[in-house]
Design a protein around this ligand. Sequence first.
Ligand SMILES: *Cc1c(COP(=O)(O)O)cnc(C)c1O
Length: 217
Amino acid sequence: MSIKNNIQRIKLTIPEGVKYVVVSKYRPIEQLQQAYDAGMRIFAENRPAELAAKVEALPKDIQWHFIGHLQTNKLKMVLPYCSLIQSVDSIHLMEAMERFCSQHSLNANILVEVHIGAEVTKQGFSPEETVELFSKRCHETFPHLTFCGLMGMASHTDDPVRIEEDFALIKQIFDTIRELHPELTSFTELSIGMSHDYMLALKHGATMVRIGSMTFE
Ligand SMILES: *Cc1c(COP(=O)(O)O)cnc(C)c1O
């Protein structure tokens, strides 16, 4: 199957209004160009140097998202080029981003990364911490950051029941924050679902799915 075929097939399964983000990390430029030629305009990377090289090489109307752990000393390689940072996983990072953006007259659109499931290595905020961020009014503390929603991953398992429980929990946190904070008018995106589980994520309110391997393989 070609990349174009993969994309056409995946698109048929994604409802109108849900964004299909092409996760292009580790893929060569030629493959991104093929996805671009097939009509895709949102690409996601997880390493600053690789992002910078691809931004340079590819058409300028691509919207780049960042989905990896972002170190505060790499902000200048990432923030000027990305329309959305999906993986904001600590207050320390928010503080550094706020400082950088205010110094460079930038605004950063961000998703808060929610950590569910048991894996200890996962980055991000627990469900309780996520709700607490907004009750402590992070959206006022960081005026150069626009809080656009949540990003999360389901537990690493083949059990669809467990995966759905995880997505349902993230959706519940998302709805809770929206109910408690109607002033957050930009808080509209729920980025859940990857190649193996995006169909389940769609059942639980995904507004954005991040699809890498199924796009390219
Ligand atoms: C790699 C990655 C994806 C895409 O995973 P696939 O299984 O290749 O679709 C999605 N989200 C994040 C955060 C990733 O790092």
